[in-house]
Every structure is written in structure tokens, then in C-alpha cells.
Design a protein around this ligand. Sequence first.
Ligand code: UDP
Length: 348
Amino acid sequence: MNLLSIKAVSGIFLFVLLLGVMYNFNTNRTLEPSEKTEGTSVDGCAAKTITFCPEGHLKSPDHLKYKQPSIIHGRTNVVTVTPWLAPVVWEGSFNPNLLDAIYKPKNISIAATVFAVGKYTMFLKDFLETAEQHFFVGFTVHMHVFTDKPKEVPKVKMAAGRKLTVHTVPSADRWQEISARRMEIIQKLIEEELQDNTDYIFCLDVDSKFYDRWGTESLDRLVAVIHPGYYKTNRDVLPYERRPSSKAYIGLGEGDFYYCGGAYGGQVQEVHQLTKTCSENFKDDAKKGIEAAWQEESHLNRYMWINKPTKLLSPEYLWQDFKSKEPEIHTIRFSGVIKNYAAIRPNA
Ligand code: UDP
């Protein structure tokens, strides 16, 4: 073989080797959520060995039968999208079977946090039992209960794929303290236990019960629940923190909605960012002797005003048992029970 043909053969060899390396790289890796899908199948993101669908790519099972969607018929007495084009979830605005069929093959895992400190352990039984009936039924769910009285956590029968972990936290002399430090604890939970194995997290108040489905329709990057007490209120009288010296400050003519501190969630990375920022802001306020009007809820409202939630859940997702049902509320999914504050809180 002369020099020229040796060069040609080794050139071809190198080219074939390069093709092989590129093929291997494309078919064996797992995509990061932010990456674009390349080399996907005609159906979308689930090309042979790519194991993760980026957020927003909702792959429906082949030939699934469901009610025909419409853009001219649907809910008419409520708004189902925000000015920044995030959906607002109301009964009748989604198809639960379609959504479950889309999310089921993704094998998603959902964590929920709930705090029961002092006498609030009395709410755990109903909360946990009704969650079994309505909260992400059929999905992988890990409940994290934070309490100062681990022995008072009731034994609740949980379905396959669902589990509960009890975390011990200190007692508190003031209810404001409990409401103030939940976010820091959730931030640590995400850092220490969830960030590598959990997709979504919801942070919920314990003095509440589930009455109807809360499921895959609530999933998104950053999810806020609109407070049932203020969704018809002019924003200038919403109970935001109004002192400019506070890091939770929202001025007159500012803000979008009033969001609940008793229910929020999203992807664990997003909720980590939220809880970290809010607890840092809370501590910065404390150094100046400021406690925001509604503790963490005020900081959450400020955070969500700047960092727009990607999905909003209507007040169906946190109603209050003492409120009569309004005409636009077609179902109540989760609702705060009636309670005697003087009897259950450590301070008035
Ligand atoms: N909480 C608690 N023990 C208390 C007070 C509050 O565990 O003594 C927790 C509990 O998870 C409760 C949440 O903090 O659901 C919010 O407090 P609360 O329901 O009293 O506030 P509200 O929503 O009624 O203003």
C-alpha cells in the first residue's frame, strides 16, 4: 500500500470512529430539563433511550380516546389564564383522565410537607386519610410530617407507592414562629433528601381536608393557590406587607393576586429557590425587628409577584369550610376546617 492509500484508509477509519462516538453519545444520555430534544422520534421526546421529557412536553398515549377539546365552549364565568399566560385551574378547565395518562408513564414522584406542632396534631388523621382518597391517587407520593409530638402521628393505611416520614421539630411558644420557620425547614428537606429523587413538592396546611381530586392538573414549575378570602378584592386592600422597610413589601397599585401560604408547590428546584429566598428575606427582616404582616405568606406573595407562578390553582384548591360556596366554585378539593384558635394555638 502506498502512502496515499494508507492516509485514505486511516481517514475513513477515523470518520467511522467519530460517527460511532456521536451515535453513542446521542442515544445513551439523559437530558437535562432545559436541554432541547435532538434526534427525537416522530411522536416527540420519547426517542428510544432518552429517558426524560423536558417540562412542557406532554406526550399523550397513542390513540387515547377522550372528549373533544374546544376553544369556544368551556368555563365562561371565570378567567382561566393570567396576563402572563399561566393557566388558572378550575373544575371544567382540564381533562383529568388525559392528564393522568400523560403523566403516568413519566413515573413522577411527588412529595408533600405538612406541619403539626403543638395541638395541631389533632388535624393529622383527617388530613392524611383524605389525602389517601384524593391527593395524587395512583402516583408515587411521599408525605413528610413535621411535628414536635411524633408519638401523636396517627397510623394511616397508605396505598402502594405511598409512604410517610415523620420528622421531629422543636415546639414553639408563638404560632407566628411556626408559620415563620416552615420554609427554612422545607428548604433543608429539599437539599438533604429530595433534590435528587423527587420531581414535585406541595407544601400544605394541616388543619385542612381533601374533599375532591387534587392531581396532575396541578403540576408545573411554580404553582400558587389563589386565596379564597381575597379573590374578589381590590389589590390595594389585600393584606400584603405594606411597610417599605420589609423585604415582603408590596406597594399600592402593585401585586397580582393574594396567594395562600397554606398551599403552594411545583418542581423541587423551583420550590427550593422560593423557600430559600423567602426564609433569607424573613431573617433579614427579623434583624431589623420586622415581622411581616402574615409571616411567610407575606414573603411568598412578594416572591410570587416577582417570580410569576407558571400555574395558578383556583380557590377550589384551598377553600375554607366556614365560607359558603360561591357560584363559580363548582367543586371544593381542599379546605381549611373550622377551628377555635384560642383553644389550639400556643398563644392568642
Ligand atoms: N401550625 C402548627 N401549630 C400551631 C400553629 C400552626 O402546626 O400551633 C402549622 C399548621 O400546619 C397550620 C399552619 O401552621 O396548618 C398554619 O397555621 P394556621 O392554620 O393557624 O394559620 P391560618 O391559616 O389559620 O392563619
